[in-house]
Write a protein that binds this ligand. Structure first.
Ligand code: COA
Length: 393
């Protein structure tokens, strides 16, 4: 397999974007990514496209977006892995370049979730839990699913609602420095505790919002990357795994098996010691669709021992200067979670962090030269963990 680098990244503003079509929104990100890579549309050989849709009026979004972006006519497809669709698009584009099928591929993620009212968006997301049993018989939607994880975790490890809240406080803090984030407002633990319950113990500020947004990255083979840039960010390894959609078949609600497996595979491919990955990684983007998800991610990725994730959160160890900096763009919680765009946006953020192109407070200290993205689809149905590095393997 060939080495593959990220050579261009772009991202739109995330939030409620009502004055653009899906294609116009995607173009905001694609335009930046092409410019950043120093290429034009005619250099792109393949577009790997991520959009979950359902709320969207556009049935074949890849075609509409590519046409609007001026990359019509190239090979393309749309991938689906629920909230991890963006990472699935990245992984498939990576495989195409690594295999030698193409030299330059574009991964694009875009979502316009606010095309429908919030209750309908919640219902549509809920259908991608476990439709025939948990959704249709019990009415479970995603805040409810992650509330099950939160109550199990709190019961097992004596974690508190304050511990969960500390994740939201950190992610809103960093989002306040991110002009592309949905929320720029800093919040306190008290604000989180006072916000309305959505599904006990999760409150409004424990949840990621319904979001519109787009992200794009350009991937290139080693030869192409060397011609385009002096600062390629290498994709050292992508691990992927999946699991049952049915929570009754999961051994417990304390961890996501698919995420653990994806992390182990990514670490093996990229030469990261799985027992202490934070020693080799400066900055991580993790899938904090709900605050409990970030705490579980710390454990599934090996940043904390089992039962120690909430302690990292409580002690502020995932701020800059702590054990490992996590979600310095505000995460899904405060940057926003336009489902199909999220994984691509994580790759864009880690690339900018490693290139030290993030302004001010939210630029991580890059000492080890590596970053990680952890992206989960469903309630752990799909998981992707990607390791990026300034050094080639
Ligand atoms: N965090 C902080 N503020 C939020 C928010 C969130 N997650 N969601 C909405 N808000 C704010 C809105 O900005 C709005 O503020 P305003 O009145 O100042 O304009 C207000 O709360 C009401 O917004 P609305 O869209 O009506 O919220 P809601 O109460 O109907 O929905 C949730 C809130 C939590 C139910 C919804 O955001 C949700 O379902 N989130 C989870 C999405 C999800 O499951 N994604 C997939 C995960 S894998």
């Amino acid at each position: 397999m060939r080495e593959v680098a990220v050579v261009g990244v772009g991202q739109s503003k995330f939030g409620r974007i009502s004055d653009m079509t899906l294609a116009e929104l995607a173009w905001q990100a694609v335009k930046q990514a092409l410019q950043d890579a120093g290429i034009t549309q005619k250099d792109v050989e393949m577009v790997s496209f991520s959009n979950v849709g359902g709320w969207s009026s556009e049935p074949l979004p890849a075609i509409a977006v590519n046409e609007y972006s001026g990359v019509s006519g190239v090979g393309t497809y749309r991938v689906e892995a629920a909230c991890a669709s963006g990472s699935a698009a990245l992984a498939t584009a990576h495989s195409l370049v690594a295999s030698g099928a193409v030299d330059i591929a574009l991964a694009v993620g875009v979502e316009k979730m606010t095309e429908v009212p919030t209750p309908m968006a919640v219902e549509l997301i809920g259908r991608s839990g476990n439709y025939f049993w948990e959704f249709s018989q019990f009415g479970l939607t995603f805040p409810g699913y992650y509330a099950l994880y939160a109550t199990a975790y709190m019961n097992e490890h004596s974690a508190t609602e304050e511990d969960l809240a500390s994740v939201a406080v950190k992610n809103h803090y960093y989002a306040s420095y991110n002009e592309n984030a949905s929320f720029q407002k800093r919040i306190t633990v008290e604000d989180v505790l006072k916000s309305k319950y959505v599904a006990w113990p999760l409150k409004l500020y424990d949840c990621s919002p319904i979001t519109d947004g787009a992200a794009a990255v350009v991937l290139a083979s080693e030869d192409a990357a060397r011609k385009l840039t002096d600062t390629p960010v290498w994709i050292r390894g992508i691990g992927y795994a999946s699991d049952t959609s049915n929570l009754s078949k999961r051994p417990n609600f304390l961890s996501l098996r698919a995420a653990r497996e994806a992390a182990q595979k990514a670490y093996k491919k990229s030469g990261i010691d799985p027992s202490r990955p934070h020693r080799q990684i400066d900055v991580a983007e993790v899938h904090d669709c709900f605050t409990i998800a970030e705490i579980i991610a710390y454990e599934d990725l090996g940043f904390a021992p089992r039962g120690g994730g909430h302690v990292l959160a409580r002690e502020g160890e995932t701020y800059k200067g702590g054990l490992i900096a996590v979600n310095l763009d505000g995460g899904l919680k405060a940057k926003g979670h336009p489902i199909g765009a999220t994984g691509v946006s994580m790759a864009a953020e880690i690339t900018k962090q490693l290139r030290q192109q993030v302004r001010g407070e939210r630029q991580a200290d890059i000492v080890k030269g590596a970053g990680l993205a952890h992206n989960v689809g469903g309630t752990g149905h799909y998981a992707y963990v990607s390791v990026f590095s300034l050094k080639k393997s």
